[in-house]
Design a protein around this ligand. Structure first.
Ligand code: ADE
Ligand code: MN
Length: 602
């Protein structure tokens, strides 16, 4: 059987220019000619044709007029595109592989099905659990994947500071510099999420930025609040994906920050494109420094809300089709200075080619000139590649280390108090800080019901504390009974559990501990749904369709339980870099004040 296809199956351009010139000039045979196609050019934002495209050695030799191959040496193979549209493989400039609940090799199956052939991932999730060892394992995983995966080096681990949360990793400027020097695919610094310390000139924050800038590498960002943009841009940050409205998108674009418009399942927090794209469609900004990105997808949404879906959403929101496809391909490659290889159907570029129908739905995906998806289905070659998936080291399967003693509920107050509660409301990005006056009943059950409260606890799971457990309350989470829990809790990935009674909360946590990671829905002493995530407590080692099916079952149980936000919103509740109030293993954190506040106030 043939060797699995990876990024390295295609030789670098400098080794191929004479061969490609010979093929393009009709002096040597092409490996493959794809005929009778229209071409979506991301250089000129036009769809034109009919044309044919000649491939050699996993790269594009040339785009030619129809039939030109008949007056050239006989190509080794010809593929009839039957009038379809050929476009460059999509380039996703900001994603977290771990959020898809599967590993990098497995992620490729979902990505290639939706026409994505290149991604720039920020592996701060596994970095928060396993430090450099986890990031390097994911880089080894990525090298075996049948797609092109580059790393923006995680820049903010922990997301805030040891005072505000306990992470399993601590990425110092020295460690970040060493990752840049050891891994050529480390092409940028990942999202610098501590935007408040950055604009305040925090020495460690700026030392980390310097590790990228001094190597000529760009810095990715993550910022909330227009007031922070000037200081953030001045600090060398040149892209972000958190524009939640057109005003901040305009501020970012005018400040020289690339804007990655984030789209996703409208029922999850990751769909701010509809607002932010107004900077282009309503305020006249040029799209030339705008991309689209996915950021996070669970295994189910990866298959149905891929980067191609975000491109089609940009078209629905008013972008011209070829320009929207360029925002999902060439613009991201250009942002990272890699448009010599990616993002367009130009001579010399990689032969990452997508065949689309008139609705811009993916029919075929060629990766490095190899057919990986045909007619919307993976080919035997891709199936063969996926059987050779990377296996994570044993330590990655042992990352859930919980304190033996677990009390998850605070004492019932003796009299009336004010609760600093986390308000739960769609879409689940910024969570409001709600001060809820509470008159305690005779027990917690009655008190919760009377004030629309749900217990929430975060349990430190990296073995880095003496068993920290923070206890707080969600307001309007509307869980009807039982408990839900997850070992994915951005970004420190401690255990987060919410529930109406301690027994179900403890069972959900125990189920996660048993599998060394996962997501649980529990009711009346029974586990109703569970997705095992044994790799770093973040990922399954199964393939995408199997985990997608498990995720669909979990979502159904999650909905049945009455949760007001989906799982992909719930696992953000600890994310201490998004306003207004979050809960970490250290307690309630207000953002952007970056202060710990008590659960109860007199
Ligand atoms: N958009 C985001 N910002 C910060 N941390 C994240 N982890 C996953 N997605 C994230
Ligand atoms: Mn972010």
């Amino acid at each position: 059987m043939t060797r699995p296809v990876t990024r390295f199956s295609t030789a670098p351009l400098w080794q191929m220019t004479r061969q490609l010139a010979a093929v393009a000039g009709g002096r040597a045979a092409a490996d493959l000619v794809i005929t009778d196609a229209r071409i979506l050019s991301t250089y000129t934002d036009r769809i034109s044709g009919p044309k044919e495209i000649w491939l050699s050695g996993g790269r594009i030799a040339a785009v030619k007029d129809p039939g030109a191959h008949r007056s050239a040496p006989q190509p080794k193979a010809i593929y009839d595109a039957r009038g379809g549209i050929l476009a460059p493989g999509l380039v996703d400039p900001h994603i977290h592989i771990e959020s898809s609940m599967i590993t990098a090799c497995a992620y490729a199956e979902g990505a290639l099905l939706n026409g994505t052939t290149t991604i720039f991932c920020d592996s701060h999730e596994i970095g928060n659990v396993m430090d450099v060892a986890g990031i390097e394992a994911m880089l080894e995983d990525a090298r075996l994947a049948p797609m092109s995966i580059f790393l923006t080096v995680p820049s903010t681990v922990p997301a805030t500071s040891p005072e505000l949360e306990t992470a399993g990793g601590d990425l110092t400027p020295e460690k970040i510099g060493a990752l840049f020097d050891a891994w050529p695919e480390a092409v940028a610094l990942g999202e610098k999420m501590d935007f408040v310390p950055v604009v305040m000139g925090d020495p460690r924050s700026h030392a980390i930025i310097a590790e990228s800038l001094k190597r000529g590498r760009p810095v990715s960002g993550h910022v909330y609040g227009r007031e922070f943009i000037p200081g953030y841009a001045a600090s060398g940050v040149t892209d972000t994906h958190e524009a939640i409205d057109r005003e901040i998108a305009n501020d970012m674009a005018d400040a020289g920050i690339w804007v990655f418009l984030r789209g996703g399942n409208p029922s999850t927090p990751w769909n701010s494109i509809a607002e932010a794209i107004g900077a282009i469609t309503k305020d006249g900004a040029s799209p030339k420094r705008f991309c689209v990105c996915t950021d996070d997808r669970d295994a189910d949404d990866l298959l149905t809300f891929g980067q191609d879906w975000v491109v089609r959403e940009a078209i629905r929101l008013g972008m011209a089709p070829a320009t929207a496809w360029a925002m999902g391909s060439l613009h991201g490659a250009t942002r990272f200075g890699m448009d010599g290889d990616f993002g367009a159907l130009g001579g010399g570029r990689r032969a990452d080619v997508i065949l689309l129908n008139d609705d811009l739905k993916v029919q075929n995906t060629w990766y490095g000139g190899e057919l990986m998806v045909e007619g919307g289905k993976i080919t035997p070659l891709l199936d063969h590649c996926l059987e050779a998936r990377y296996t994570y080291p044993k330590a990655a399967y042992q990352t859930v280390k919980l304190p033996a003693a677990r009390s998850l509920l605070p004492e019932l107050p003796a009299g009336p108090v004010t609760v600093n509660a986390i308000g739960i409301e769609m879409p689940g990005i910024a969570l409001p800080h709600r001060k809820v006056p509470v008159t305690p009943g005779k027990d917690w059950a009655g008190t919760l019901a009377a004030h629309s409260l749900t217990h929430v606890a975060v349990i430190e799971r990296h073995g880095k504390s003496d068993g920290n457990i923070a206890k707080g309350f969600l307001h309007d989470f509307t869980l009807k009974a039982g408990a839900v829990a997850s070992s994915v809790g951005h970004d420190s990935h401690n255990i987060i559990v919410a529930g109406l009674n301690e027994a179900d909360m403890l069972l959900a946590v125990a189920e996660i501990e048993k599998h060394q990671g996962g997501i649980a829905v529990v009711r009346d002493g029974e586990v109703k749904a569970f997705v095992a995530l044994p790799v770093a407590g973040l990922m399954s080692d199964k393939r995408v369709h199997e985990v997608a099916e498990e995720t669909r079952a979990l979502k159904a149980a999650w909905e049945e339980a009455g949760c007001a936000i989906p799982y992909m919103g719930f696992n953000l509740i600890p994310l201490s870099v998004i306003p207004e109030i979050r809960i970490t293993d250290k307690g309630l954190v207000t953002v952007p004040q970056m202060a710990i506040v008590p659960t109860f106030e007199a």
